[in-house]
Design a protein around this ligand. Structure first.
Ligand code: TYM
Length: 322
């Protein structure tokens, strides 16, 4: 059985891009793969300066994972700080990581351009991410397109370490859904919290509808045939419903045939989102009132992750001469 690892930063409200690019894949993979899904809280320290807010955001991501359909009986869910050997691995990898590899990483430049403090932690962020992945001998890493370079760096670091010290790390592959690698936000740019263009699957109905109605489109009239592939409303729909679903195909032909205005397309997306996240919404409320359950999920997840990560860390330390 192939092993899967992935994680999200607890940096506030998750959005439809996180869900379609990453979490939806986790839910689909959990029936046929050995799953490790964690909360990248150490990574979040590169941007968080508010301890209480971070603490709350961490719990919220766990609740959201389970609400979205991750089943703790199938998926090990854990916090990065509950497996501190990962930071030790990160150091071992730092010592063989050429500086120019980090100089080339685009996420550092992007984040600094957006105003994030240019810390050493932010600079070496991809090394810690490589440690997360290599620590569990992962085969597959389901992510959105913006993480592709980080997985390539992970493979490069693993190869380098193996070159110096023998066959220590497994080389993982990124898993990116073509239709959901870059889910656009309401303004047509990549959906991202820092652009303020997100759709929140847990938003109340009225503001959610209002937000969907604001999605930018061109100015073609109701009767004009339209190209679905250049329309943000359709792209979000396809990312959530999948390219091969009947609903997506039906929506695409309505675009092409003409006779459907953007208002109607947006209403269709709104109704789909409400229906798609109906269970997640009620589950989330339930879980919020059951903190004991969430603590137990994290305890079990940490135990399972520690077993594997302890072994891999030992292997790497010994190989390096410690
Ligand atoms: P983060 O928290 O920024 O994003 C979490 C996941 O959501 C995906 N994503 C998107 N996918 C499609 N369209 C979008 N608009 C969109 N926005 C976000 C991201 O690609 C990601 O898969 N560095 C990671 C966290 C991390 C990690 C790891 C991931 C730390 N260690 C090890 C995998 C493996 C990050 O910041 O993701």
């Amino acid at each position: 059985m192939k092993r899967v690892l992935s994680g999200l930063q607890p940096s506030g409200q998750l959005h439809v891009g996180n869900y379609a690019g990453a979490i939806q894949q986790f839910v689909q993979l959990q029936d046929s793969h050995e799953m490790y899904v964690f909360i990248a809280s150490y990574h979040a320290l590169t941007s968080s300066r508010d301890a209480n807010e971070l603490r709350q955001n961490i719990r919220q991501v766990v609740i959201d994972y389970v609400a979205f359909g991750l089943d703790p009986a199938k998926t090990n869910i854990y916090l990065q700080q509950d497996v501190p050997q990962v930071t030790e691995l990160s150091w071992l990898l730092s010592c063989i990581c050429p500086k120019h590899m980090m100089d080339k990483a685009t996420s550092y430049k992007d984040k600094v351009a957006k105003g994030l403090a240019a810390s050493i932690g932010l600079y070496t962020y991809p090394v810690l991410q490589a440690a997360d992945i290599l620590a569990v001998d992962a085969d597959l890493v389901p992510v959105g397109e913006d993480q592709r370079q980080h997985i390539e760096i992970t493979r490069d670091l693993a190869s380098k370490f193996n070159h110096y010290y023998g066959d220590v790390f497994k080389l993982p592959d990124a898993m990116i859904r073509e239709e959901a690698g870059v889910v656009p936000g309401v303004d047509g740019q990549k959906m991202s919290k820092s652009y303020g263009n997100t759709l929140d699957p847990f938003m109340d109905e009225k503001p959610l509808r209002k937000r969907i109605m604001k999605i930018k489109t061109d100015s073609l009239g109701v009767d004009d045939p339209k190209d679905p592939d250049t329309c943000t409303v359709y792209q979000i729909f396809r990312a959530l419903a999948g390219p091969d679903s009947e609903q997506t195909q039906a929506l695409a032909s309505r675009y092409r045939n003409g006779g459907m205005g953007y208002g109607e397309a947006k209403q269709t997306l709104f109704e789909f989102i409400l229906e798609h996240f109906r269970d997640a919404r009620s589950k989330r409320l339930e879980l919020t009132n059951d903190p004991g359950y969430i603590e137990q999920v994290l305890k079990d997840g940490a135990e399972a992750a520690n077993k594997i990560i302890g072994n891999v860390t030992d292997r790497a330390r010994k190989a390096a001469g410690l």
